[in-house]
Write a protein that binds this ligand. Structure first.
Ligand code: NAP
Length: 314
């Protein structure tokens, strides 16, 4: 069985940045990337808010650069899914992927979160063509246009207000007649002149020829169906973190995100969590990358400490 100093679960912005830092610290490092490099960022058409790319960069291309940079410094990358993670009595970790089992002295989990989907016709086909799960990323593409935001939580209101800085109008479609969002965000949303609310309504279908053109809404109280012209449908109905590997090992918050401290440490020594998988993440590529760097530096301190203790015991 192969042993590594650091095993990283997830090949998004957090995981690949952690790999760059860990490999540059001369620690033997493996990154399990799953099926594709980049995680959520690989599905983003143009990333305009990552510093260093004033003209924007395709998300898939940027992820490939992260991957190349990690390999350049000696990180091993694997297109394998980690299916089980356990801590052995000696404090090391065992990871079983769909192809093999390895051991690592430290683990950085960055498996991310998936946006919840509406699951309605047109949503998948028009994702990246007007259907978006990130206002901060995509609002600028809809300057001067009429758009829909779905959801009633903090994300819908917060991101909806961001979108309202660009769009001509933002129609918040919510399935109830009260928002779940915090009071202060609600106050700001109600005071945003180009933000309207369609209550007790759900999106039944998203339509358009190669680009979102309209949405079919249904009032859940009256069952009345209406068609609304829109250039985009921003969906903010929560996220599901990919935390199943961590269940029973680390503390999870109410939403299933791993609880970490500012050094990305969990309550398990040697197990770090970074990016969208951790509690209170800003859910941006740049913050995920920052988390990845922090986690790798913390893992390095942890290993140095272990090595020092082993040395002084000799
Ligand atoms: P959330 O709080 O779970 O809200 C999800 C919203 O989507 C709810 O309004 C829910 O409706 C609605 N919804 C869920 N499933 C739906 C479906 N199938 N169809 C239509 N609507 C659906 O998720 P979130 O807004 O992403 O927030 C997640 C966490 O991050 C929260 O703890 C939040 O406080 C935090 N956060 C904070 C900030 C901030 O403070 N600035 C910003 C973003 C996120 P119901 O209300 O009817 O359940």
């Amino acid at each position: 069985m192969t042993n590594y100093d650091v095993a990283i679960i997830g090949g998004g912005g957090a995981g690949l940045t952690a790999a760059i830092y860990s490999a540059r610290a001369r620690r033997s490092t493996i990154v399990f990337e799953g099926l594709v490099t980049g995680g959520l960022i690989a599905t983003t058409d143009i990333v305009e808010n990552y510093p260093g790319f004033p003209d924007g960069i395709n998300g898939f291309d940027l992820a490939q650069q992260f991957h190349k940079q990690a390999e350049k410094f000696g990180a091993e990358t694997a297109y394998e899914r980690v299916e089980a993670l356990g801590r052995l009595p000696d404090g090391t970790f065992e990871l079983r992927s769909n192809e093999r089992t390895i051991r690592a002295r430290a683990v950085i989990a960055t498996a991310g979160a998936d946006y919840n989907k509406l699951g309605v016709p047109g949503e998948t086909e028009l994702t990246g063509r007007g259907v978006s799960y990130c206002g901060t990323c995509d609002a600028a593409f809809f300057a001067g246009m009429d758009v829909i935001v779905v959801g009633g939580g903090d994300s819908a209101v917060d991101e909806g207000m961001f979108v309202a800085r660009y769009a001509r109008s933002v129609n918040v479609v919510h399935r109830r007649d009260v928002l779940r969002a915090s009071a202060i965000l609600q106050e700001r949303a109600f005071a945003t002149p180009n933000m309207q609310f369609t209550w007790n309504s759900v999106v039944e279908r998203i339509e358009g020829e190669g680009q979102v053109e309209r949405a079919v809404l249904r009032n859940v109280k009256t069952n009345e169906v209406s068609t609304v012209a829109t250039s985009a449908v921003f969906v903010f109905i929560g996220q599901t973190p990919n935390s199943h590997l961590l269940e029973g090992l680390v503390e999870l918050d109410a939403g299933g995100h791993a609880v970490v401290d500012l050094q990305m440490r969990t309550r398990v020594p040697g197990l770090f969590v970074a990016g969208d998988l951790r509690t209170q993440a800003a859910r941006q590529l740049i913050s995920a990358a920052g988390d990845g760097a922090t986690a790798a530096i913390s893992a390095e301190h942890y290993l140095t400490d272990l090595d020092g203790r082993a040395g002084s015991a000799k």
